[in-house]
Design a protein around this ligand. Structure first.
Ligand SMILES: [Zn+2]
Length: 150
C-alpha cells in the first residue's frame, strides 16, 4: 500500500507520517478501561489532526506496547510505594490482598497485572504514605468511623 495516498480517517488529509506516540497513545485494552502507552511505539499519524491510523500489523504492535507499558507501570508503582514508605514487598502484598509471589511476578514484569491490581497500585503510588495507612487491612472501620462519616 502507498502510504502517501492514504487519507486520514478523521480529517481526510493525506499527511500521514510515522510518529512515536509514546506518552500520547491511549485506548481501552483488555480489562483496562483506558491503557496508556509509555514505551516507544511508532504509528502512522496524521500531521494535520494527530489521529493515528492503523495499518496492517499495527494491532500486534499496539498490543505488545500495551503489554510492556502496563507491566512497566505496575513495577514503577511498586518501586515508588516501597521507596516512599519503606514497607517490604510482603507487607505490600498483604496490604493489597495478593500473594507475595504474584506481587513479585508483577514487579519483575513476568506477569501482567489485572486492571484492578494496576489501578490499586496506581492509586497508592499517587500518595504512598497516606494511602498505605488508609489501605491498612487492620484499620478498625468502626473506631475510625469511616462508614458513619460516608
Ligand atoms: Zn487527520
Amino acid at each position: 500500500m502507498d502510504i502517501s495516498k492514504r487519507r486520514c480517517g478523521n480529517c481526510a488529509e493525506r499527511r500521514l507520517a510515522l510518529k512515536n506516540v509514546r506518552g500520547e497513545f491511549k485506548s481501552p485494552w483488555r480489562d483496562f478501561p483506558v491503557a496508556f502507552v509509555t514505551v516507544d511505539l511508532s504509528l502512522w499519524t496524521c500531521a494535520n489532526c494527530g489521529n493515528s491510523v492503523m495499518i496492517g500489523g499495527d494491532a500486534e504492535k499496539i498490543d505488545a506496547a500495551y503489554e510492556l507499558s502496563v507491566r512497566d507501570q505496575a513495577a514503577q508503582f511498586i518501586d515508588v510505594i516501597r521507596s516512599k514508605t519503606g514497607i517490604g514487598s510482603g507487607q505490600l502484598a498483604e496490604l493489597i490482598g495478593v500473594s507475595p509471589q504474584h506481587l513479585s511476578s508483577v514487579h519483575s514484569g513476568k506477569q501482567r497485572p489485572s486492571f484492578s491490581l494496576w489501578n490499586f497500585l496506581k492509586m497508592i503510588a499517587t500518595d504512598p504514605v497516606v494511602m498505605v495507612k488508609k489501605a491498612n487491612p487492620n484499620l478498625d472501620i468502626i473506631r475510625e468511623n469511616i462508614l458513619l462519616r460516608a
